[in-house]
Design a protein around this ligand. Sequence first.
Ligand code: ADP
Length: 306
Amino acid sequence: MIEVSELTKRYGEKTAVDRLSFTVRPGQVTGFLGPNGAGKSTTLRMILGLETPGSGVATVGGVSFRRRPRGLRHVGALLDAGEVHGGRSAVAHLWALARGNGIARRRVDEVLDEVGLSEAAGLRVGGYSLGMRQRLGIAAALLGDPPVLVFDEPVNGMDPEGVHWARGLFRRLASEGRTVFLSSHLMSEMENTADRLVVIGRGRLIAAESAGEFAARGASRSVVVSTPRSEDLAALLIASGASVEPEGHAGGGKLSVSGLPADRIGALAFENGIRVDELATHAASLEQVFMQLTADSVEHRAGRLR
Ligand code: ADP
């Protein structure tokens, strides 16, 4: 269990993390989502005791990380896959970590096997691709067989096969009862992986809920209706409490209706003798829900042409 309470961190004028509170439970994969610069890494560093909070507390298993001896047995973390010394081999890197944490050497072979690096274990890490470095970082996090795992953008740089593998690993680790907390700036990486989502923007909490609840935000869907009598139908729909906008080019006879389900719209048209040519319900994708929720907190928005 990870608990974050009123966590705040400022860098000069900039508030990177702003009174953030949430809980990450065992037995689940929790996705930590936010646009770049939202404060995810800063939060993870505070959870791990690598950064001192300005105020608030972060605990793992009820205890602040710094007070724990043998850290790797309590929390496994991958923060920056690039931080491993490039001149070392993967196996030498993991041996050093194991020794420093009182972990048997045999465990190094196990985790190398787990992440699919057994054959490359003797090669210098400097020659590794980013995806291989990510695998090595995950191996290091698993070394102490910890109940809590924290990964910052773990699938960044992995090929589709690697992403698929990592997804399966995270799910399995959670099914073993571990607390698994993964950050990403991409909603697509969390789909089919995370049970719960913690979404932040500009250091503030935007949502902390199950993936199902998050998806339900997109279920406030709209219905597209195509009819030759769009003005008549629009008036009827508005009178029934729906909100109506023209869909596509003006005068095309298509309406985008929200606030009424498709069957009610169809019935209303039928009762009033209005022919309907098309009736389609559109649910927002998780990506669209994420973009809408975080739209106000994107630091560097792509420039618009007009
Ligand atoms: P994320 O991981 O969500 O991309 P970060 O936690 O890395 O976001 O950064 C949050 C904000 O804090 C950003 O605006 C970033 O520029 C700023 N920031 C992060 N670390 C530092 C630092 N050491 N010094 C100054 N500003 C920082």
